[in-house]
Design a protein. Structure first.
Length: 255
């Protein structure tokens, strides 16, 4: 990083809502007031048929990282794409850069510090918070707080946009290989990590998920949304996430 960058970048981060990206993010304030949205996890329970259902019903959706591996099975595409994991994105930067999607949200820090550039991205200012309970942003044009799962970023964006119902699908919250808070590796040969083995073919270069930490993040999501009278449901087919009330995905589309 150059000397100028060491001076300019902290100033930009501090005054982010005044930048062009901050102004672009501000346009989303309450844009979807009172509507519902779906946050799409990449777990093994994710089905292309369910994504097609979301497409057919014109639902608003958020998806993450290497979701593009399922695009050849469905006409569905996410309304909003998010990737904030530098190791994950570094391994697929060229693919993500070429994806024809309505909106791609990427942290500006990945561009500054990891030289990851997505030409059509809307860059947001990602802040890290040390502590058991992550902070929650009321103004994504200023900052979004990072926690142990990109779902936390998506929820902050969704709340800012005015959604009043949030549904998770494909969030199995259970991995073939994970770690606990002691740093111990936990292996469960009965489960897969993702909806396709292609997803993490470079897994030796990626972070190992910590479901104990991400459970605390989901609890924070529940608490923050309850304060704002926003309902959050888990419509995943199976999985281990029990923080939110369960609802059957198919029941959401009954006449």
């Amino acid at each position: 990083m150059s000397f100028d960058a060491r001076i300019i970048q902290p100033w930009i981060a501090k005054h982010y809502e005044k930048t062009n990206y901050g102004k672009e993010l501000k346009k989303y304030k309450n844009k979807f007031e009172g509507k519902r949205c779906f946050l799409i996890g990449n777990g093994p329970s994710l089905k292309a048929e369910d994504l097609q259902t979301l497409h057919d019903h014109k639902e608003i959706t958020f998806a993450f990282n290497r979701i593009y591996n399922i695009f050849d099975q469905t006409k569905w595409r996410p309304s909003f794409y998010i990737s904030q994991d530098e190791k994950m994105l570094f391994g697929c930067q060229k693919i993500v850069d070429k994806l024809d999607l309505p909106v791609k949200f990427i942290p500006i820090q990945l561009n500054w510090y990891h030289d990851i550039a997505i030409h059509d991205a809307i860059y947001f200012n990602m802040l890290y918070h040390q502590g058991d309970t992550p902070l929650f942003s009321n103004n994504i044009a200023k900052q979004i707080y990072c926690s142990s799962t990109g779902m936390y970023t998506a929820v902050q964006i969704a709340v800012y946009m005015g959604f009043k119902e949030i549904y998770f699908i494909g969030v199995d919250h259970h991995f073939h290989i994970s770690q606990n808070n002691k740093g111990e590796i936990v292996i469960d040969d009965k489960v897969k990590d993702y909806f396709t083995d292609k997803y993490n073919s470079d897994k030796e270069n990626l972070y190992i998920p910590n479901t104990e930490k991400s459970t605390l993040t989901y609890i924070a999501i529940k608490e923050q949304c309850q304060k704002r009278n926003i309902k959050v449901y888990n419509a995943t087919r199976g999985g281990k996430l029990e923080v939110f009330p369960r609802i059957k995905f198919d029941d959401l589309f009954k006449e």
